[in-house]
Design a protein around this ligand. Structure first.
Ligand code: NAD
Length: 326
């Protein structure tokens, strides 16, 4: 493998993936394309910017940061032309379903417009000097909307119920359609509730863990709601298999831990570390889909994906990271 391009490369998933690709010597160089954007109000009392932390352990000569917006076709085209990546991971997108002032257009920019731009940039240089072995599009389990079955597999109905999931699913259709049309090998990945060191988007796991550490009350909206919590290292292992295994070509995979766990289970594990933790139960937010377990059998059978980190282990690892920060 030579150059690997990661859009959203300074993000939680993109930066952890880059680190692993270099450590495992899968990438000679990682090109991290990012617009240095942010989604959380930086004046929020609990906001902490982990971006320096994300890249400090990356070897400087092994990665290149290119600041640009993937909506800028010309700039993106030039990056593809300059680095001639043999593998692309497209993670750059608005990453959250539930945000203040979120609008469909913002969600569309990363998942739809940027996806078209990237595929077009590759197509226009194909058979010249670029030979792309895989275009990996990072989708989301939100494409399923409310889970209608105990375990949801890749062929189940896609019925996204908010702007984020709708745009993520649109990006899947674009990836599949255009890549087939232009004969570009692709893989689509649907992660869920990813958590672990350096996430700064204030998803439920980060909010719970930081509240516990800071001796603050935890509000659990719908304690029996289940999420297929996935530790970042497991997801990254799955992404590497998806980008490198020939059997992943032109396939779609759920890449999660493969077991839905109740929000209250997550909190109860935290209580073992913080027995005095105060917890308040609230009703579920009805605008959020009801979710649960994603089947990972396809990824296990086709590409040998084996997640290792249960929430019991993942919470311990995440706590260790956060406690060592200070
Ligand atoms: N974290 C999860 O639980 C989760 C679950 C399912 C899917 N995903 C998907 O994974 C991807 C990455 O999520 P994350 O958690 O790493 O989020 P993140 O916010 O940490 O990373 C996204 C990065 O993309 C960059 N970016 C966004 N739009 C851009 C643009 N137009 N041009 C250039 N850079 C841009 C941002 O600056 C940021 O650094 C997203 O596509 C998200 O939808 C995440």
């Amino acid at each position: 493998m030579k150059n690997i391009l990661i859009t959203g490369g300074l993000g939680f998933i993109g930066s952890t993936l880059a680190k692993k690709l270099i450590e495992k010597k899968i990438a000679k160089k990682c090109i991290l394309v990012d617009n240095f954007g942010g989604y959380i109000n930086p004046s929020h009392s609990n906001f902490f910017d982990y971006r320096k932390k994300r890249i400090e352990s990356l070897k400087k000569n092994k990665f290149i940061i290119e600041r640009l917006d993937t909506n800028n076709f010309k700039a993106l085209f030039n990056i593809v032309k300059k680095y001639k990546p043999s593998l692309i991971y497209h993670t750059a997108a608005l990453p959250l379903a539930k945000l203040k002032n979120v609008n469909a257009d913002e969600a569309k920019q990363g998942s739809v417009d940027s996806t078209i731009n990237l595929i077009d940039a590759v197509r226009m240089q194909k058979n010249k000097k670029i030979s792309l072995s895989r275009f990996v599009y990072i989708s989301s389990s939100m494409v399923y909307g409310d889970f209608k079955k105990k375990t949801v597999n890749e062929n189940d109905k896609k019925n996204p119920k908010e702007a984020y999931g709708i745009m993520k699913y649109s990006g899947e259709i674009i990836t599949k359609g255009l890549c087939k049309l232009y004969d570009i090998p692709f893989t689509i990945i649907r992660p869920s509730a990813v958590y672990g060191p350096t996430d700064m988007n204030r998803r439920v796991s980060q909010i719970f863990i930081e509240a516990a550490i800071n001796n603050k009350e935890i509000f659990v909206e719908g304690p029996n709601e289940k999420l297929d919590f996935t530790y970042i290292d497991d997801l990254v292992d799955g992404l590497i298999l998806a980008g490198t295994k020939s059997k992943a070509k032109n396939e779609t995979f759920n890449i999660t831990f493969g077991k839905g766990r109740k929000l209250i289970n997550f909190v109860n594990i935290l209580k073992k570390y913080y027995p005095k933790l105060k917890v308040k139960i609230k009703p579920k937010d009805s605008s959020k889909p009801s979710r649960g377990t994603l089947s990972i059998n396809k990824a296990k059978n086709l590409i040998g994906y084996k997640p290792k980190v249960s929430i019991e282990i993942g919470i311990r690892k995440y706590l260790t990271f956060l406690r060592n920060l200070n």
